[in-house]
Each structure stands twice: as C-alpha cells, then as structure tokens.
Ligand binder design. Structure first.
Ligand code: MG
Length: 254
C-alpha cells in the first residue's frame, strides 16, 4: 500500500530532508585523502546529536554505522571502518538519512577524493544526471517506471549499467515504504503517480557489468567484475506542480 502524505506530513518531511542534506553536505566536505571512513561516520553521528535528530541507518537491521560509505567498486552499504583510509583517486559513495519527529529523510552522493580518472569523473556525472532525469518524471499522471526508464536510458546510452538487486523506495514514517522504485523498466508502466507520494529515487550505477555480490561482512555490496560504482539519491515529494526535492542542500542559511 502506498501512503499518500498530507501537506502537514510533507512539511515534516521537508525538515527531515533539509537536515539530511545539510549533514550529508558536511560529511562530503570532510571527505579527503588521509581521512578514514570511520571519521566520516563520527561527523555524521555528532551532527545528528547537535541537530536533535536520529541517524536513520544506525541499528537498522543491525547496521553498525550512521553512514554507509562505499569506496570504488563497492556499490552500497559499506560499513565505516577506522582501517579504511581514503586516498587520492578514490570515489566514495555516502548514503545517509535521519529521523525527525517520526519522519525519514534519505539521500546519497558520490564524490571524488583528490584527483580521479576521467572514467570515474564520467561515472559520477552520468549517475547524478540520471537521478535528475528520473526526478523530472516524478509528477502526477506519469507512471512509476517513467522514472525508472529515464534513469536506465541515460546510463545505458553511455555504456554503464544499472544495478538490479537494489532499488529506490517510498519513504515517510518508515525508511522503506511501497512502492519499490527500480532504476530500470518500461516507460508508461507501473503505478500511476499521484500528488502526496514521496519517493527515495536512487540510481546505483556500475561502470562495467550490472552484477553485484555481498561481501563476507554481510552488508557491503560490490561489483562482481571489480568495476567502479556510483550512487546518488534524493527524497522527492510529488506535488501538483511536479517533483519537489526534499533533500536538496540549500546552503548554510537553511
Ligand atoms: Mg534509500
């Protein structure tokens, strides 16, 4: 069942999204050569305390961190570790969410560490672009897979591939609600989109093949062929005027 949110609920989710975006931005700013992924997690956790919110992922099905940090060929769900130090040339996916007054925000970005290869740069650019194209389809009267199709089209046109095993999701009073939002699918199919739906749209894109596996830690998803992977995500409300990105970073005055 898809929960349709009231104006008041969307107002609360706007606040959850705004705090999510702000903390994620701060973590991304801190990501540079010599920093461990655990230190990034500490920043996220400290800022949650400062701002009076709960990190959404900590303890979720036993996940140990506040932040998912996925380096290079890691796709999603990387566990923060004091043994993982970032170096120039890495790309890092940062996935983060909060709970504010019972409502969830969820967002992800992938950023370069120091100087990265042109291929890695292109992967980041195309993945973010595919998210933006998907978001543009999140409007009343469209179908769910119009979002999926826009993402898939953008990515496959340049020879990258869409991860199949993980998908986006509805979001609200739960981190994961109906519907599932795949990053692949046929245009014009899937449920009809309506005002008041809130979706976490999150392309996970591999530079090589789409196959992924789960590492021995039980969490980290990696590409089977060892190719680079990138992840971008926004929490998006469907309004009568079209998509409203709830997790957009608005700068320091927000
Ligand atoms: Mg998500």
């Amino acid at each position: 069942m898809i929960h349709i949110k009231s104006q008041r609920e969307i107002e609360m989710m706007r606040e959850a999204g705004s705090i999510t975006a702000r903390i994620l931005h701060e973590v991304a700013e801190a990501a540079r050569p010599g920093i461990t992924t655990f230190e990034l997690d500490e920043i996220a956790e400290r800022r949650c305390k400062d701002l009076g919110v709960k990190p959404a992922f900590k303890g979720y099905q036993g996940f140990p961190g506040s932040l998912c940090v996925s380096l290079n060929h890691e796709v999603i769900h990387g566990i923060p570790s004091s043994k993982r130090t970032m170096k120039s040339g890495d790309i890092i996916g940062l996935d983060f969410g909060v709970v504010y007054e019972g409502f969830y925000g969820d967002a992800a970005i992938s950023v370069p560490i120091g100087k990265i290869t042109p291929e890695a740069e292109r992967l980041l650019k195309v993945t973010e672009e595919s998210l933006n194209l998907g978001i543009q389809q999140a409007r009343p009267g469209n179908h769910l897979f119009d979002i999926s199709h826009a993402i898939q089209n953008c990515v496959e046109a340049v020879g990258f591939s869409v991860v199949r095993e993980f998908v986006g999701h509805g979001i609200g009073r739960s981190l994961h609600e109906d519907p599932q939002v795949p990053n692949f699918g046929p245009k014009g199919k899937g449920v009809l989109l309506k005002e008041g739906m809130v979706l976490a749209i999150e392309p996970m894109i591999n530079a090589g093949g789409h196959a992924v596996r789960i590492e021995a830690d039980g969490w980290t998803a990696t590409t089977v062929d060892g190719s680079l992977s990138a992840h971008f995500e926004h929490t998006v409300a469907i309004t009568e005027d079209g998509p409203e990105i709830l997790t957009r970073y608005e700068g320091d005055n927000q």
